[in-house]
Write a protein that binds this ligand. Structure first.
Ligand code: KIV
Ligand code: ZN
Length: 520
């Protein structure tokens, strides 16, 4: 008999993007969507179309590109939001509108200032209107975890009647314990008796997002909403990789159930999201943390040498992690071998991207002895995430600041012309960024600055992430820079943020929030 499928609904591009500091540019979102499709997620929540013109554009580009997964946009239960969602996903082969309104007494009274009947009416209208765009409509009872079960039944009946085929029960504030979520899901699954798929969306405020999701599956949920690396609002969402690997590893418990996820794409997906957002999973994070498969203690190592099953419940290769991943090709390798390696890592590059990435690989191989898979992943991510480069770093020179005034000279190409300027600052980074400000005419406030080493060794590539605010009324922009030299990587990251800002100028707005009548 065939296993029953648990649908995986990935919301990295929507709820994940609401993580502080996780905003992504359009190119990056498209790259992530392509990886989610390779991973085999059933539904990609590509964004919240009404949030800003930039979100709308990204969703619609993703809709035009993705052919295997369903592409979904979030929409509050208003005509404007539903219309924006419907239009943004119009080009998708498989499409879904996900509309929601809060159903807990506390949200209805204080946030929405609406009676339960008004909420039902609003939900029904939104679902009916959404059905005029698509046949696949999901309805979420926001804050279901703190909603009255009888009200959940009542609104569920109404929205199913209006045309919703998936009912999502979010634990929006991450308040519930597994046995409570289990009871809610069981009651609702039995109540709906196959009239709709019951879904859950668990936040991680008490660290229970994954446990609550697994308990939900055991009680009848057949769709799980989750994110790569557990990204998401506040403490994040349930982590996709943990849920999927728990189902796969504990088939004795989840007998007869599985997902469509190709688990070998988990590690590449995790690295891609970490490289793009600059948010590294904690080292001891389950499945994808740097230490998740590292056995340090002598006793463990001894056991592992005798038989891996003594201390290993999953194999690194199951998630696509190759622990001995030194590149077998080097600086003398040709383009074909390089392309082949990238294909094995899951990248499909067009000719232009392949040529430019190959050039950068050659430059790197000239300077760096060992090149690891993670180096290549970072290289491809940074090369492909490049938005239109209005400004490009040509050269950077730093003056010795020992005891003196930190200063930097920067040459930047813009409109075919190279502009050079020099400046001073409180520290070297300050001098570099201020000089870039002067050359480009864009001045940002640096909110965050992070350096991580991409792989190991003293000659490791530095991946610098900056978070810059160019305008108080707009979200902060993330920029990335990759180089063997940390200062060069920093300058590239800052210029990357400026380029990203230019590419999104006019399409940005702060996410609509709770002061809207149906806000999130
Ligand atoms: O946490 C939540 O309730 C949400 C909904 C919009 C699904 O993200
Ligand atoms: Zn959420």
């Amino acid at each position: 008999m065939q296993n029953e499928k648990i649908l995986i609904f990935d919301t990295t591009l929507r709820d994940g993007e609401q993580s502080p500091g996780a905003s992504m540019n359009t190119e990056e979102k498209i790259q992530i969507a392509a990886q989610l499709e390779r991973l085999g997620v059933d539904i990609i929540e590509a964004g919240f179309a009404a949030a800003s013109p930039g979100d709308f554009e990204a969703i619609s580009l993703i809709a035009g590109k993705i052919t295997k997964s369903t592409v979904c946009s979030l929409a509050r239960a208003t005509d404007g939001d539903v219309k924006a969602a419907g239009e943004a996903i119009a080009k998708a082969k498989y499409k879904r509108i996900h509309t929601f309104i809060a159903t807990s007494p506390i949200h209805m009274e204080y946030k929405l200032k609406m009676t339960p009947n008004e909420v039902i009416k609003r939900a029904v209208n939104a679902v009916k209107y959404a059905r005029s765009f698509v046949s696949d409509v999901e309805f979420s009872c926001e804050d279901a975890g703190r909603s009255d079960i009888n009200f959940l039944k009542e609104i569920t009946d109404a929205v199913i009647e209006a045309g919703a085929s998936t009912i999502n029960l979010p634990d929006t504030v991450g308040y519930r314990l597994p046995f409570e979520i289990g009871q809610m899901v069981k009651t609702m699954s039995e109540y709906t008796k196959g009239r709709a798929i019951i879904s859950v969306h668990n936040h991680n405020d008490l660290g229970l997002g994954v446990a609550n999701s697994l308990e939900s599956i055991l009680n009848g949920a057949r769709q799980i909403e989750c994110t790569i690396n557990g990204l998401g609002e506040r403490a994040g969402n349930a982590a996709l990789e943990e849920i999927v690997m728990a189902i796969k590893t504990r088939q004795d418990v989840f007998r007869g159930l599985d997902t469509n996820i190709n688990t070998k794409e988990i590690y590449p997906a995790s690295r891609l999201i970490a490289n793009i957002t600059g948010i590294e999973p904690q080292p001891n994070k389950a499945i994808v943390g740097k230490n998740a498969f590292a056995h340090e203690s002598g006793i463990h190592q001894d056991g592992m040498l005798k038989n891996k099953s003594t201390y290993e419940i999953m194999r690194p290769e199951d998630i696509g992690l190759n622990l001995t991943d030194t590149l077998v090709i080097g600086k003398h390798s040709g383009r074909a071998a390089f392309k082949d390696k990238l294909t094995k890592l899951g990248f499909e590059l067009n000719e232009n991207d392949l040529n430019s990435t190959f050039e950068r690989f050659k430059e790197l191989a000239d300077k760096k002895k060992d090149i690891y898979d993670d180096d290549l992943r970072a290289l491809v991510t940074s090369e492909m995430a490049n938005v239109e480069k209005a400004y490009e770093l040509v050269a950077l020179q730093l003056m010795d600041s020992t005891g003196g005034v930190p200063s930097a000279a920067v040459s930047i190409k813009h409109d075919g012309e190279t502009i050079t300027d020099a400046g001073i600052g409180g520290g070297t980074i300050d001098a570099v960024f201020k000089t870039i400000d002067r050359v480009t005419g864009y001045s940002g406030t640096l909110l965050d600055y992070k350096v991580t080493s991409v792989s190991k060794g003293k000659d490791a590539l530095a991946n610098v992430t900056v978070k810059v605010m160019f305008n108080d009324n707009e979200p902060a922009i993330i920029g990335h820079g990759l180089s063997l030299d940390t200062m060069l990587a920093s300058a590239k990251a800052y210029i990357g943020a400026i380029n990203s800002y230019i590419s999104m100028e006019g399409k940005l707005s702060l996410r609509k929030s709770c002061n809207d009548e149906c806000g999130i």
